[in-house]
Design a binder for this molecule. Structure first.
Ligand SMILES: [Zn+2]
Length: 487
């Protein structure tokens, strides 16, 4: 196991391990939303799983269901209708948190200017946020740094944090992110999970999580939410993996098991599951600079997954299955796919297919790295297989572009590392097939996050929730303290 910490950027330096791609659906199912007004749950609206310890439930479930991916509303766009005082306070707290997240260390005057709130209102809201441990006073602002003299405020670097965990086909990971969105702890280990029993995998994952938590605690960070990235279909309501063909898992109660094995201080934290392709797209939305609010993120971690981000939100579809790009037909009479149909994209651009066509079907270890090395070395079989994969990807994606007209296509996950060989054919197909409104080649981009995306996204879900609804966090924290005091 390796451990990295203290990184300034949200990008851990260590390259991630290979992820396998074979068969199967990789979406997460969402139960019908019982809350009013919401027709489809947002990415980040993952319902909080039951607490591991039933005795903790009252204090553990409060951070879920927040729509954190909705773009920040500026003061000028606030709802005009009558709002309760409580609702207004909630909204204003979120405005201040968003302003601090966007501005970095700032004076109250700057926050007031950005939010359209009065300085007095900002002062009182900031007191509330500080009491909840969300902001800190940095003392007198250095002259010229934050404008007018006054004390500078910032989001807290200690205190609440987000814990992300990842169950990959060939690796396990844990990541802790602070309120600034900075990675403070990154732990990753190779793990041949495909051939292991869920119990064994989850026991090791709890060790990885414990190492990350220990390191985070030493930095004064306390994760208040856990999201687990899994390469499969998720039963979000029960915190279970419904099926993960790449792992060979069916109906595995991940949240419950982890809850039992995680170290005691973490047990009150709700543990939620989310599909890794969705988390990769969210990481792109939250961490990549200048990402447009609508794009399609294509990844190849387990099977081929796509996630649609529309207007800053993940689009899940009516039943939660949107994004099954791997099973879009490329050739109607093509090879039989694991899904039962013929000629799916996965049969041309999936990792297993590319490896087989490259004569590397039996290779172990980091197989994406192997493909990269072979391609760099000029292995003609590998180059041809990647060209074919790029062609199939471009064909399938041209349909998506013609249908949805997104601002960008982002090639993420393992594909990002193979972009050099995939992009030329993809661009050629897109140019030939997206003709009504010509497609700019620059709109097809490589993710800078690559295989780190899902874990980064998992840890960031909790942070985005706090920033978008700090009042909910403050209430949750109070309830938790009361529950602890009454014990
Ligand atoms: Zn298929």
């Amino acid at each position: 196991m390796s451990e990295e910490s203290g990184a300034e950027s949200a990008l851990p330096a260590r390259a991630s391990r290979r992820a396998a791609a074979r068969g199967g659906s990789t979406r997460s199912t969402q139960p019908r939303d019982g809350e009013s007004g919401a027709s489809a749950r947002g990415p980040d609206e993952i319902p909080a799983a039951d607490a591991a310890d039933p005795g903790e439930q009252g204090s553990a479930g409060g951070l879920g269901r927040t729509d954190v991916a909705r773009p920040q509303r500026s003061a000028g766009h606030r709802a005009a209708g009558p709002a309760s005082q409580q609702g207004m306070r909630r909204q204003n707290l979120a405005l201040v948190m968003n302003a601090l997240a966007a501005l970095g260390p700032s004076s109250r005057a700057e926050v007031a200017e950005r939010t359209g709130l009065t300085r007095a209102a900002v002062g009182s809201l900031v007191n509330e946020l500080a009491a909840a441990g969300l902001t800190t006073d940095l003392g007198l602002a250095p002259s010229g740094r934050v404008g007018r003299p006054g004390t500078a405020l910032a989001l807290s670097e200690h205190g609440p944090a987000g814990l992300g965990l990842e169950i990959g086909v060939e690796r396990l990971g844990a990541c802790v992110i602070d309120l600034h969105g900075t990675v403070r702890t990154w732990v990753e280990t190779e793990a041949p999970n495909r051939s292991r029993a869920p119990r064994e995998v989850l026991a090791e994952l709890s060790d990885v999580a414990a190492a990350a938590l220990q390191h985070a605690a030493a930095q004064g960070l306390h994760p208040v939410g856990t999201v687990v990235a899994v390469p499969g279909l998720v039963d979000a309501a029960n915190g279970a993996v419904e099926q993960a063909p790449n792992l060979g898992w069916r109906a595995v109660p991940v949240a419950q098991s982890l809850g039992q094995w995680l170290p005691a201080p973490l047990r009150p934290v709700p543990i939620e599951l989310e599909n890794e392709a969705n988390l990769g797209a969210l990481a792109e939305l939250w961490h990549a600079p200048a990402r447009p609010p609508d794009f399609i993120h294509i990844s190849a971690e387990a099977g081929i997954g796509a996630a649609l981000v529309i207007d800053g939100r993940l689009f899940r579809g009516a039943r939660g299955f949107a994004g099954e790009l791997g099973h879009v037909p490329v050739h109607p009479e093509g090879p039989l796919c694991s899904c039962g149909a013929r000629g799916c994209l996965e049969q041309y651009a999936g990792e297993e297919t590319v490896l087989r066509a490259s004569g590397l079907a039996d290779a172990g270890g980091d197989r994406i790295r192997l493909l990269t090395d072979q391609a760099l070395g000029g292995n003609p079989l590998v180059l041809e297989a990647l060209e074919e994969a790029g062609r199939a990807l471009g064909t399938a994606l041209s349909g998506a572009v013609n249908l949805l007209d997104p601002s960008a296509l982002v090639l993420g996950g393992a594909y990002a590392e193979l972009g050099e060989w995939l992009l030329p054919q993809m661009r050629r197909e897109l140019a030939a097939r997206v003709t009504v409104r010509p497609w700019s080649p620059d709109a097809l981009r490589l993710s800078q996050l690559g295989r780190r995306g899902p874990l980064l996204g998992a840890a960031t879900v909790t942070i985005r929730r706090i920033i978008e609804d700090p009042a909910r966090y403050a209430d949750w924290r109070k309830a938790r303290e009361l529950a602890a005091a009454g014990r």
